[in-house]
Design a protein. Structure first.
Lengths: 302, 787
C-alpha cells in the first residue's frame, strides 16, 4: 500500500475550502517562499522541532536515550546535532514535556483514511470534505493519487491547495479527482517571483491556464505580503492575468502573518527568513475592491 | 431600548441583593399562631401561603408595566426558615463573603436571633433531614461523594406548560370542585387526605386572586395620584390587568405576561423551589396573543418587545435565595435557573419557530441580563436562519442562548415513558434537564462525585483526605491483576454510594411530603388536581428523580491513565502510583507530565479513552436507572455540574490524569480543561459516543474565540458543527465566545467588566461574581483557535 509523509492533520479546518474540512498537510515543496508560514512542510523528510521553553531542567531523558549521542542540553536549551541524528524518534517518545517533536511521519493510505472518516458526519452536514495542503501535495504524486481514489469512493469533496509548480502531465493525472483547486499565485513578475520563491513562475502560470481550459473549478489564492505584491500594479497584474483565463471567478486573498517565524527557530533552520509585514486591514479591503471591480468574487481566507 | 426599560434594567443591575426579613417574620408569626396548629399540614401550608400573600408588601415600581415582587422591593431576597433557619454565623457569612453575598442589616439579625432561630431550630426541614440521615450517608456527604439538593431548597424542578393561557384560576377552582365531588370516601382509603389536599389547593387559588387584587387596588390608588396622563392611563390598565388575571383567562399579550408573573411569584413565595420554575415555551404560549394583537391593531411588535423586556427585568429582580454550606459551593450563583425555551416543534410535530421566537431573541440580545436564562431548541426541522440568529447573539460573548437538540429531548422523554405529545410540548430547564412541561416533577436530588468514588476504591474504602473509612472494602489496589478487576471494584463502590444516596433521598422525599407539601405548585402541574395528590407526594403525571453524575471527563482520564500506565504499558506500578498521588506529585513532575501529555484523554476522538468513558457511563446508568422513588416514579441519570466540579475537586486528592489535589474536576461531559487538543469536531465525536438518549440531559461546554465567528462563513460552519452534533444525538452544547485575554483582564479589573456574562456550566453568570478558582478554570478551558 502506498505510503507518504505528512506533517499534520487538522480537523475543523474552516478556511481551506467549503464547509467543515479536514486538512492533510503533505511534506515537501519545490518553492522556498521567503514568507513561508509552514517551513516544516518544505523538506520531504521528517525533522525535529524543538521547544526548549517547555523543557524541564531536571529531566535528562532525551540526552540519555539518544543512541547517536545527537542530543545535548543545558539549563536553557536543547540542541540536536542534525549530522548525527538518524530520526529514530526515541527522544520524542521519552519527552513527556513535549519539548521535542518530530514533524513528519510516514503514513499509509489506510491510516489517513481512518483519520478522514472520523469527521465524515461533519463533511456531510456542511458540504465540507478534505483539503490537501503542505508543502506541495503534488510532490508525493503516487501517494496523493492513491488517497484521492479512496476518498472519491467515499463520496467526499476534495480540495487541493497547490503551488502549481509541477509538470502539467502530473497535475493532469489527478485533476479529474479534485473538486476544487486552491491555486496559489504569489507574484506576477517572473524575476521577482524567482527572487522571492526560488523558482520561475512560468510553469505555474502555464499550468493554471491549461487547468482553467479544462473547466476545472479553481479559486486563485494570493498571499498578500506588504511591499512585495500588494501595490496597485501587482494587484492589477494578477487581475489582468486571471481575467485572461476567462474561466476563473474566485480570488481568495490571505494576509501574511508571522506565525511561520517561530517555526524556523524551532526547526533550527539555517537560513532564517526575513520578517515581512502584513498589509493593513484597510489595504486588504482596497485590494479586494480592485479585484471585485474586475468582476471577481473575492474573500479573505479559504 | 426604551428609556423606561433602560432605567428599570439599570435599577435591577445596580441594587446589590439583600436579605429581607419579611417572609421569615410572616411565616414565623403564622406558625406561632394557633390557627396553624388546628389543621392538617396540607391546609396549614395553604393557610401559610394565604397569610404571606395577605400581609406581604405590595410593590409597584415607577414606570413598571408588569408588577409584583417576591420581596418588598426589587432584589430584596426573602428567606425560608421552615426549610433553612440560617444561624447568625450563616447570616454573617452571607453578608461578608466575597461572591454571591447578600447584605443583612442589624434589624434582620436581631429578628433572627430573637424570633426566627429559637422558633425554627430543630423544626426546619434542614435540621430534620440531617437528624434522620444514617451514619453512612453522613460519612459520604461529608467526604464530598455526593451533595444533597433538598437540604436547603425545596424540590420544585418543574416548568409550566400552556394551561394558564387557556384557564383562569376560577376555572382551576371548578376543576378542584369536580375532583372533590368525585372522591369516593367509601372505597378509597386515601379520600380524606385527597380532600385535604384539594381544600388546600382551593385556598391557594383564592389567595393568589386576592394577592393580584391587592395590586389592582394599589395601582388604582397610584393612578388617582398620578399627574402624568400617560402613566395614569397605564396604571389604570395595570389595575385592570390585576383584576382580570389570574382569576380569568388572559385576553391579550400584556395580561398573559402579568398572569404568568403572578403564578411565578406564587411558586417562589410558597417555597424556595430554586431551580428553574419558568414559563417554558414562551414563544408558543404567547404567539396566539401576539398574532391577535397585531391583527386587531391593539399591539405592535415594539410594544410586545417592551412588555417582554419588562417581564425579563422581573426575573432579574429575584436573585436565588441565599445558600450556605455545601449548597452554596455546588450552586454559587445568583441565578435561579429560569430557562426560557424558544423554537422546537409543536405538538403536531411541525416546526414551532415563529415571529415571536425571533422577537424573544431580540429581547435576549438587548437585555443582556443574568435572569432569565434563554435557550433555543433546534430540531431537524428548525430553519437555519433561527440557529444563525441565536449564534449571532452567542457571538457577542454573553453566554446566551444555549443550544438544545429537540429531537434528542423528545426521544429522551418518550424513552422515559412519556406520551409523544407531552414530549413534544416539553423541553429543557434549569441547566440542561429534560422535562415534560406542566406535567412532571423532575427532582434533582444531588450531584455525584464519580472521581471521588474511584479515589475511595483505590484506597480500599478509605477517604485518603481524612483517613476515615467511608466505603466498602473492595480490596487493596495493588492486588488487582487486571484493569477489569479494578473496574469491578469501582462498580461495587459506585453501587454502594448510590444505595446510600437513594436511601437518604427516600427519607427526604417523605419529609417534604409530610411537612412541606406545596398545594399552590400542585395546582399548576397535571395531574395533581385530578389525583387529589400533592406535587411532593406523587401528584404529578410523571415523577422522575435524578442523581447527577459529575466529572465524566475527569473520571475517564483517571481510569484511562491507570489502564494505560499501570496495566497496559506498565510505566508504573500501582504502589508507586499511589505513592505519587499521596505526595501530590511532589518531586515527580515528569510522571505528572507523562500523565498529562503521553496518556490517552477523553475529548480527542480516541477510542482508547472514549471506550472507558462508555464503560463508566454504563456503570453509572446501571447503578441509578430504574430505581423506584417514593412518588411512584423512577430514577434517571443526567450529567451536569453547575459549579460543583470546583467543590468536588477540592475534596479529591491528586489523580492519575495528572491533576493535582484540590484542583477542579471537569464539568458536565466536557473534556478535562485543556485535555482536548484536536479541535471541536474531536470533542463532539468523543462526547457523542455515549448514549445521550438514555439520559435526562448532558452538558457540553465549548469555548470559542471570537474570530472563529467573525463572519457569516464562520457562523454557518459553527451552525453545521452544532447540527452534526445533534445528528449524533448530542443533547446540548453551549458556547463561550470570548478571548482568554479578555477574561484575564476581567479578573484583574473586575470594575471594567461588570456586565461580562460567561457561560459557567448549565447557566451563565457574571464573570466578576464567580469565585477566583472558577474564573481560572474558565480561562483555562480550551480555546479552539482557527486553523
Amino acid at each position: 500500500m502506498a505510503k507518504g509523509i505528512i506533517f499534520d492533520i487538522k480537523r475543523y479546518a474552516i478556511h481551506d475550502g467549503p464547509g467543515i474540512r479536514t486538512t492533510i498537510f503533505l511534506k515537501g515543496c519545490s518553492l522556498r517562499c521567503q514568507w513561508c508560514q509552514n517551513p516544516e512542510g518544505q523538506e520531504t523528510y521528517p525533522e525535529i522541532m524543538l521547544r526548549p521553553s517547555r523543557c524541564a531542567t531536571e529531566c535528562n531523558e532525551c540526552v540519555s536515550v539518544c543512541p547517536q549521542d545527537a542530543v545535548s542540553k543545558d539549563a536553557n536549551s536543547i540542541e540536536i546535532d542534525k549530522a548525527k541524528c538518524d530520526l529514530c524518534r526515541k527522544c520524542e517518545d521519552v519527552c513527556v514535556y513535549e519539548a521535542l517533536e518530530v514533524v513528519g511521519r510516514e503514513i499509509t493510505v489506510r491510516e489517513v483514511m481512518d483519520e478522514i472518516e472520523k469527521d465524515k458526519v461533519f463533511f456531510d452536514e456542511s458540504g465540507g470534505g478534505i483539503t490537501f495542503s503542505g508543502g506541495e501535495p503534488l510532490m508525493q504524486l503516487d501517494f496523493l493519487e492513491a488517497l484521492l481514489k479512496e476518498i472519491k469512493k467515499k463520496d467526499i469533496h476534495i480540495t487541493l491547495d497547490t503551488s502549481g509548480y509541477i509538470a502539467f502531465d502530473d497535475l493532469d493525472r489527478i485533476s479529474d479527482k479534485v473538486d476544487l483547486f486552491l491555486y496559489d499565485l504569489k507574484i506576477m513578475d517572473d524575476e521577482k517571483h524567482e527572487k522571492f520563491t526560488g523558482v520561475s513562475n512560468r510553469l505555474i502560470l502555464d499550468n493554471l491556464r491549461k487547468l482553467a481550459g479544462k473547466e476545472k473549478s479553481i479559486a486563485v489564492r494570493i498571499p498578500l505580503v506588504s511591499g512585495i505584491n500588494d501595490d496597485d500594479q501587482s494587484v492589477q497584474m494578477f487581475a489582468e492575468y486571471i481575467m485572461s483565463l476567462e474561466k476563473i471567478k474566485q480570488i481568495n486573498v490571505l494576509a501574511y502573518h508571522k506565525g511561520g517565524c517561530e517555526k524556523y527557530k524551532r526547526l533550527r533552520k539555517e537560513k532564517f527568513p526575513k520578517t515581512f509585514q502584513s498589509p493593513s486591514n484597510a489595504r486588504i479591503e482596497e485590494i479586494k475592491k480592485i479585484f471585485a471591480d474586475y468582476g471577481f468574487s473575492v474573500k479573505t481566507g479559504g | 431600548m426604551k428609556e423606561r426599560i433602560k432605567k428599570l434594567r439599570e435599577q435591577s443591575l445596580s441594587i446589590k441583593p439583600y436579605v429581607t426579613p419579611e417572609r421569615a417574620k410572616l411565616i414565623t408569626e403564622f406558625y406561632k399562631a394557633n390557627a396553624a396548629n388546628n389543621v392538617s399540614s396540607l391546609v396549614r401550608r395553604a393557610l401559610a401561603f394565604k397569610y404571606l400573600l395577605e400581609n406581604k408588601a405590595v410593590c409597584i415600581g415607577e414606570n413598571e408595566l408588569i408588577v409584583g415582587e417576591r420581596g418588598p422591593a426589587p432584589r430584596a431576597t426573602p428567606t425560608y426558615p421552615e426549610i433553612t433557619a440560617h444561624s447568625l454565623e450563616d447570616l454573617r457569612i452571607l453578608d461578608t463573603r466575597k461572591k454571591t453575598s447578600f447584605a443583612v442589616d442589624a434589624e434582620t439579625k436581631k429578628l433572627y436571633e430573637e424570633e426566627i432561630i429559637p422558633f425554627w431550630k430543630g423544626k426546619a426541614i434542614r435540621d430534620r433531614i440531617f437528624g434522620k440521615m444514617s451514619e453512612e450517608w453522613k460519612a459520604a456527604y461529608e467526604a464530598g461523594v455526593f451533595t444533597e439538593f433538598m437540604e436547603q431548597r425545596a424540590p420544585g424542578h418543574t416548568v409550566l406548560d400552556d394551561k394558564i393561557y387557556n384557564k383562569g384560576f376560577l376555572d382551576f377552582k371548578k376543576d378542584i370542585k369536580t375532583s372533590i365531588k368525585s372522591l369516593d370516601f367509601l372505597n378509597d382509603p386515601e379520600a380524606p387526605k385527597k380532600s385535604e389536599e384539594l381544600n388546600a389547593m382551593e385556598i391557594c387559588v383564592d389567595a393568589l386572586i386576592m394577592y393580584a387584587e391587592r395590586h389592582a387596588e394599589k395601582a388604582r390608588e397610584l393612578a388617582k395620584k398620578e399627574k402624568n396622563p400617560g402613566r395614569k392611563k397605564e396604571l389604570e390598565r395595570i389595575a385592570e390587568n390585576c383584576s382580570r388575571v389570574p382569576a380569568h383567562t388572559p385576553r391579550d399579550f400584556w395580561e398573559a405576561l402579568q398572569y404568568y408573573w403572578f403564578v411565578h411569584l406564587g411558586v417562589i413565595i410558597e417555597l424556595n423551589t430554586w431551580d428553574s420554575f419558568n414559563p417554558g415555551r414562551l414563544d408558543q404560549h404567547l404567539y396566539p396573543f401576539y398574532k391577535k394583537g397585531l391583527k386587531e391593531e391593539t399591539l405592535t411588535s415594539d410594544k410586545a418587545k417592551e412588555l417582554l423586556q419588562a417581564f425579563w427585568i422581573k426575573f432579574n429582580n429575584q436573585p436565588a435565595p441565599p445558600k450556605v454550606g455545601v449548597t452554596a459551593e455546588e450552586s454559587a450563583t445568583y441565578t435561579d435557573f429560569a430557562l426560557i425555551n424558544t423554537g422546537g416543534i409543536k405538538q403536531d410535530s411541525s416546526d414551532a419557530v415563529n415571529e415571536l421566537s425571533y422577537l424573544i431573541l431580540d429581547v435576549v440580545e438587548e437585555m443582556r441580563i443574568l435572569q432569565p436564562s434563554s435557550m433555543v431548541q433546534i430540531s431537524k426541522k428548525t430553519p437555519d436562519a433561527f440557529l444563525k440568529r441565536a449564534l449571532k447573539i452567542i457571538k457577542t460573548g454573553f453566554g446566551q442562548p444555549s443550544v438544545f437538540n429537540t429531537d434528542a429531548i423528545i426521544q429522551e422523554l418518550t424513552r422515559q415513558g412519556k406520551s409523544v405529545e407531552d414530549a413534544r410540548n416539553g423541553g429543557a430547564s434549569g441547566c440542561v434537564e429534560t422535562g415534560a412541561f406542566g406535567k412532571e416533577n423532575y427532582n434533582l436530588t444531588g450531584y455525584f462525585n464519580l472521581t471521588k468514588v474511584f479515589e475511595v476504591t483505590l484506597n480500599n474504602g478509605v477517604d485518603p483526605r481524612t483517613g476515615k473509612e467511608i466505603g466498602l472494602k473492595t480490596g487493596d489496589a495493588s492486588s488487582f491483576k487486571s484493569f477489569e478487576g479494578l473496574f469491578e471494584a469501582f462498580k461495587k463502590q459506585l453501587n454502594y454510594f448510590v444505595d446510600v444516596k437513594v436511601k437518604g433521598n427516600d427519607i427526604i422525599e417523605r419529609l417534604y411530603a409530610e411537612y412541606l407539601p406545596s398545594p399552590f405548585l400542585s395546582l399548576l402541574i397535571d395531574d395533581c388536581i385530578a389525583k387529589g395528590r400533592d406535587y411532593h407526594d406523587g401528584g404529578a403525571r410523571y415523577n422522575t428523580s435524578y442523581i447527577m453524575g459529575v466529572g465524566l471527563g475527569s473520571i475517564t482520564d483517571v481510569l484511562a491513565s491507570v489502564k494505560y500506565n499501570v496495566f497496559d504499558e506498565k510505566q508504573i506500578t500501582m504502589q508507586d502510583l499511589l505513592k505519587a498521588l499521596r505526595n501530590n506529585f511532589e518531586g515527580d513532575e515528569t510522571l505528572r507530565q507523562r500523565f498529562l501529555n503521553k496518556t490517552p484523554k477523553y475529548g480527542n476522538d480516541d477510542d482508547y479513552a472514549d471506550e472507558i468513558m462508555k464503560l463508566i457511563f454504563e456503570a453509572y446508568y446501571d447503578a441509578v436507572k430504574g430505581r423506584p422513588n417514593t412518588k411512584g416514579g423512577f430514577y434517571e441519570i443526567n450529567l451536569l455540574p453547575t459549579t460543583v466540579h470546583i467543590y468536588f475537586g477540592k475534596v479529591v486528592g491528586a489523580t492519575p490524569d495528572g491533576r493535582k489535589a484540590s484542583e477542579p474536576l471537569s464539568e458536565g461531559i466536557s473534556p478535562v480543561q485543556g485535555a482536548d487538543r484536536k479541535g471541536p469536531t474531536a470533542v463532539i465525536k468523543s462526547a457523542s459516543k455515549m448514549d445521550h438518549l438514555r439520559t435526562g440531559g448532558t452538558l457540553l461546554n465549548q469555548k470559542f474565540t471570537p474570530h472563529l465567528l467573525a463572519d457569516e462563513d464562520g457562523i454557518a460552519k459553527l451552525a453545521h458543527l452544532i447540527r452534526s452534533y445533534f445528528k449524533l444525538d448530542g443533547h446540548h452544547i453551549q458556547l463561550n465566545v470570548v478571548s482568554a485575554d479578555t477574561l484575564r483582564d476581567a479578573k484583574k479589573h473586575p470594575e471594567k467588566y461588570r456586565d461580562l456574562i460567561v457561560r459557567v456550566a448549565g447557566y451563565s453568570d457574571y464573570f466578576v461574581d464567580i469565585a477566583v478558582d472558577l474564573q481560572d478554570e474558565i480561562i483555562k478551558r480550551t480555546e479552539h483557535k482557527s486553523f
